[in-house]
Design a protein around this ligand. Structure first.
Ligand code: SF4
Length: 665
């Protein structure tokens, strides 16, 4: 029977795959006649039992686990189950989490036979050839292997394996490191080799490996120098993607624009060949972006390119402490240029809990990030990864972190534990409330007018409120967010009544835009005279009207930053009259649902609202006075009616078939 060799990756989502395992397989397969490898991308959410059963039924000869920060505990448990079921199985671990914790892994888990450190292709091949030939792996560079007694199943419950100290000798030996592969093109492309079939959904892709920088918290800083696949190879892979069924390709390159000319060539190739509109994701170093690349990115259709930019901190002592080189003023300029000159999604990453950054410095970083006006912001908490310089700082006592993966910081010399939790809360609110963009106008208004244009002050106050009121930090549907924000603002003494009224109008307006079909009570409107005869006009299908005590469209038009602060209260006062807003929703069920507000002058909106209330055109002028419009000559209402007729927003009831005359709009 041929050996059953499993390559096992554990993913946090069903749609994810391990590119690293595909590289191991394509490297192994380049020599014809070798036994096949079985690559398994398993969804961790299925749970231990289901995954263990699947692996056991495959009866492996060799089980190789890719071990990452999120998956190592489960991988270790599954490996133990396999060893218990099949004592002869060879258990191999690789990947970043195993690479830097190999001695502990072997010492504490006697069912693991060996660990591969660093880049895996060549080492794994040599290990596998020896294991299949029943030879030991002594002398293979890049291996950490068990010494002394062979690996064994997990001990029965209640007993434990003797530790190395008790055995009187280390249980492992670390062979010399293996130099990184210099000619990456020597690894056959897993895509062009057919390992992904036609593909589907999302995949990672790497056009380079390694990173030339040395950020103290990052594993890429210790995983070898920057190396690149040739441009021809990358273009051939891209051509393969264009014809595949993948819908998203995420470049895993640490700094996609490290070589600007090469980055431009790749973007140009995508712009020319990507006829299926596959989405691409790149990590950019924004301070080194050049004009040519920004121009090229500007040619991409909206949101086709997702650009992820690591800011981490704008506090200079912090950047110096973690050895992160970044020209912050260039970074700011270029992020703003990307937002102004491209239609790409621009995402900024912040990393809290780094050395030297206290709470005031974090607030400044967050405000700086908002000022760059990215599409989204992520506030992560730094993880102390084995093998990094930050782990050394942790040993010095500068930081304390959780002992379990993902080793998130819980306290630093500059942040107490409660401040760390507060920053996490702020991060969740930014992600759940700011990033979806549903309430962007309401939030911008509130932050500008009531929080001195400081998003950090606003989100900090909101985080305190959210936690004290027991609201969950994981439910951010539009209704829950609107309710939470409304209650929050009502409880803030520093928010004036005038601010609150304007904010509530904007919030209700944006909540309606978030609905597939705007619904709910029609809103406060004056008591208009009852209609005296059957209506002639009716709203076109797909239109709905809601009333507001303050006109949100006027607020949006006048509350932009262009209006000087001293003039804003006057412009709000001008908006302080009951006003209708006309929403149009998608009636074609074959299209994605979408609600927009018609951008019409108030008079045309009033005409539509009066028609919706079955008022006759002769009474429009009197009705308008009830909403503070003063006396308007009747012919102006006739003109406004003509305009909305011409735009197709109203239908003549008499011309409709009898069966549909009574139906609503
Ligand atoms: S954080 Fe980014 S730039 Fe810094 S070492 Fe890691 S991958 Fe390189």
């Amino acid at each position: 029977m041929p050996p059953q060799i499993l390559l096992i990756g554990l993913n946090t989502r069903f749609s994810h795959t391990h590119l690293s395992l595909a590289y191991l397989e394509s490297w192994w397969n380049r020599v014809p006649g070798r036994p096949p490898l079985t690559r398994l991308d398993l969804d961790m959410n299925r749970g231990f039992d289901a995954l263990a059963q699947e692996l056991i039924l495959l009866r492996p000869t060799v089980a190789a686990f890719a071990s990452y920060i999120w998956s190592q505990p489960l991988a270790v448990a599954l490996a133990g189950a396999l060893k218990a079921a099949f004592p002869e199985v060879c258990i191999i671990f690789g990947g970043p989490e195993a690479s830097f914790g190999a001695p502990d892994l072997l010492q504490n888990h006697p069912w693991i036979d060996l660990v591969i450190k660093g880049e895996g292709e060549v080492t794994f091949e040599e290990v596998l050839l020896r294991v299949l030939a029943r030879e030991d792996c002594a002398g293979i560079p890049g291996v950490v292997r068990r010494l002394g007694p062979p690996s064994a199943p997990p001990p029965p419950s209640g007993s434990r394996s003797p530790s190395s100290t008790e055995q009187g000798a280390p249980t492992w030996v670390m062979e010399p490191d293996r130099p990184p592969i210099q000619t990456l093109d020597s690894i056959p492309s897993p895509f062009q080799s057919g390992l992904y079939g036609k593909g589907h959904g999302f995949t990672y892709y790497e056009s380079t490996r390694g990173c030339p920088y040395r950020c103290a918290y990052c594993l890429s800083s210790v995983l070898g120098p920057l190396r690149s696949f040739s441009l021809d190879r990358v273009k051939a892979d891209l051509d393969w993607f264009f014809a595949s069924d993948f819908t998203q390709v995420r470049f895993a390159d640490r700094t996609f624009n490290q070589d600007p000319a090469r980055a431009a060539a790749i973007i140009e190739h995508i712009l020319r060949g990507n006829t299926r509109q596959i989405g691409f994701h790149f990590e950019l170093k924004a301070d080194t972006l050049d004009e040519r690349l920004i121009d090229l990115l500007g040619e991409a259709p909206p949101d086709l390119f997702h650009l992820e930019i690591g800011v981490q901190s704008t506090h200079h002592p912090t950047l110096a402490a973690v050895d992160r080189r970044s020209d912050l003023s260039r970074l700011r300029e270029n992020v703003i240029r990307l937002r102004e000159r491209t239609r790409c999604h621009v995402h900024l990453d912040l990393l809290a809990g780094l050395p030297q950054e206290d709470l005031p410095a974090f607030r400044r970083t967050l405000d700086d990030a908002f000022r760059m006006r990215p599409s989204t912001i992520q506030v992560g908490l730094v993880k102390v990864l084995k093998g990094t310089a930050l782990a050394t700082a942790a040993r010095r006592g500068d930081l304390a972190h959780a002992p379990q993966p993902p080793y998130a910081v819980v306290r630093t010399r500059w942040l107490d534990p409660a401040e760390v939790v507060r920053i996490q809360d702020i991060g969740k609110l930014v992600e759940g409330i700011h990033n979806p963009g549903r309430f962007s106008a309401s939030l911008a208004f509130l932050i500008r007018e009531a929080y001195n244009n400081s998003p950090s002050s606003f989100y900090e106050a909101l985080a305190d409120f959210w936690r004290k009121s027991g609201r969950p930090f994981y439910q951010f549907g539009p209704e829950a967010v609107a309710e939470g924000l409304r209650t929050f603002v009502a409880a803030q003494p520093e928010v004036t009544d005038q601010h609150r009224r304007a904010f509530e109008a904007l919030l209700a307006h944006e909540a309606r835009l978030a609905q597939k079909v705007p619904s709910g009570p029609p809103g406060p409107r004056p008591a208009f005279p009852a209609p005296t005869r059957s209506p002639t006009w009716r709203l076109a299908p797909g239109l709905r009207i809601f009333w507001y005590p303050t006109d949100p469209l006027a607020l949006l038009a006048t509350s932009t930053a262009q209006v000087p602060p001293q003039e804003r209260p006057r412009s709000w006062a001008a908006s302080c009259h009951p006003a209708p807003v006309v929403y149009q929703y998608e009636t074609d069920l074959s299209r994605p649902p979408r609600t927009i507000a018609l951008d019409l002058p108030l008079r045309e909106r009033l005409v539509l609202a009066f028609i919706d209330l079955d008022l006759a055109p002769e009474s429009f002028s009197a009705a308008a006075q009830l909403v503070g419009q003063g006396e308007t000559p009747p012919q102006e209402w006739t003109q406004a009616l003509d305009v909305v007729k011409e735009k197709g927003f109203v239908w003549n009831v008499q011309r409709l078939p009898k069966s549909s005359r009574s139906a609503g709009g």
